[in-house]
Design a protein around this ligand. Sequence first.
Ligand code: UDP
Length: 431
Amino acid sequence: MTISWYRAATLPRRVAVLSVHTSPLEQPGTGDAGGMNVYITQTAVEMARRGVSVEVFTRATSSDQPPIAELAPGVLVRHIPAGPFEPLERGELPAQLCAFTSGVLRTEAFHEPGYYDLIHSHYWLSGQVGWLARDRWGVPLVHTAHTWAKVKNAALADGDSPEPRTRVIGEEQVVAEADRLVVNTDVEASQLIDLYDADPDAVSTVSPGVDLERFRPGSRERARDVFGLPRDAVVLAFAGRIQPLKAPDVLLRAAAELLHRDPTLRERLVVLVAGGPSGTGLEQPQALKELADTLGIADLTRFLPPQAGDALVDVYRAADVVAVPSYNESFGLVALEAQACGTPVVAAEVGGLPVAVNHGLSGLLVPSHRAQDWAGALEEVALNPGRHAELSRGALSHASRFAWQRSTDALLDAYAEATSAFQQAALGVAV
Ligand code: UDP
């Protein structure tokens, strides 16, 4: 690994990564585990490869968890007891932040002063912890929110519950306290500045990435065999957490509309849904299956539990198109992963998805959530072999621009900026 002289000179030795509500050791695609877990894991591994030690602090959710686990060489996960050894709902976590913070501070106190050079908090709950640790340790706080309550609440699915006011207030506090805010796209940077009054000079845009060694094109036939799907099927796939915000129902409705337009498609159409309930989706875990029934497509809809490793790669390879119909998405890693496997994506034109998908070249963006519009886009991509081949090539080329190595380099630049701003502010205070 070659590192530029400038970057090598500014690399932190050890970073404390805070991830209170979910662990990078959890399987993404259900509950609280999703793109943030993948982001933390991938950037931590890349940092460790560059000689930066990473320690991830997360809440212990089982008494079987060891206090410290190695995620990868140079990357430790510290399980901090805070509340019962069991999963807690997101709304119960603010009450455990004091216990969690105490665990983080005690861990640091076992070491020589200056053990951690920088804190990187993920999601607002961790930002609350990072803000206090920053003041105690005298090191910069970098914060990545992954999602923002005000942005989410402005784009709710029909009937979905809004994020609570406590979260909005907590986010505003973290925005005011962090030394640097890392966002996924320039759109998110504008939202942060407009909705949270963030200082534009304190915001860094860092594109998330995709593991290009793992997510690669491969035999579609073999992938279909893995799931027992007919080789000549038309496969529309969804992968991710099942909740109204992610709108897998839009894919199901669009599939029903496709059958309405061409009933002969029923012999070949398969809708593959991989993932488990999450967020407000936990209130009605059977809702999507019931919808498939109501739409008369239960026989051609296949529900898979969250898929790990190569099985997820096979989902993407088996699909003619991967749908990302979310009402909001700060980026959408699934879109990149599918494209890296050579599968075009049809995505909602919201949040970061216009960056993750190159409209017309690597997939299509749909400006609404109407079944008719989605059916039209899916038809164009999945039922037109010439167009499919063209978009598949575009998908590969688009995804190849988003390696985690690049994201990590940009993140380390943001760390360097945070450190320099922090040191200047400290000098200013000293004068
Ligand atoms: N994922 C997975 N197995 C599944 C479905 C999803 O491992 O069955 C992972 C997927 O690889 C992706 C993450 O979950 O990296 C979802 O990230 P995304 O940014 O698409 O959505 P988020 O969960 O952050 O809202």
